[in-house]
Write a protein that binds this ligand. Structure first.
Ligand SMILES: [Ca+2]
Length: 123
């Protein structure tokens, strides 16, 4: 269950300053971030059992999309790897000392190379 606080200055327990949203399953990892660059984080989870990202497009409705990116033993590590100001889906794979991300710009930055629908960086 997610409890999203709209106005932290009001504090918990005040009327209408938070909303409770059921999103994700037991074992999911919270990975909320601003994946579309609109300045608002999307409620999101990464599911280790299938390597999929479940990203809600809005707090106010239940629209969402799913993208499979990552494998069971990966660790989700979203950040802006292509430096375009928009957070990219990413996982860290300790077995290969590498990480994989889907660049929001559509271009793999220097130091990475194309891997399936995204980019790979081997450390
Ligand atoms: Ca990006």
């Amino acid at each position: 269950m997610w409890y999203v606080l709209y106005d932290y200055k009001l504090g918990w327990g005040k009327t209408n300053n938070y909303v409770a949203i059921q999103w994700g399953l037991n074992g999911d990892i919270p990975v909320s971030a601003d994946y579309d660059g609109n300045g608002i984080s999307q409620i999101s989870v990464w599911r280790p059992s299938n390597g999929s990202w479940y990203i809600r497009t809005s707090i106010s409705n239940s629209n969402y999309y799913v993208l499979q990116w990552g494998l069971q033993n990966d660790t989700p590590f979203p950040a802006d790897y292509d430096d375009d100001g928009i957070v990219d889906l990413a996982v860290w794979r300790v077995s290969g000392l590498s990480y994989y991300f889907v660049p929001s710009s559509g271009e793999c930055p220097n130091g990475s190379h194309t891997h399936w629908i995204g980019c790979e960086v081997i450390l």
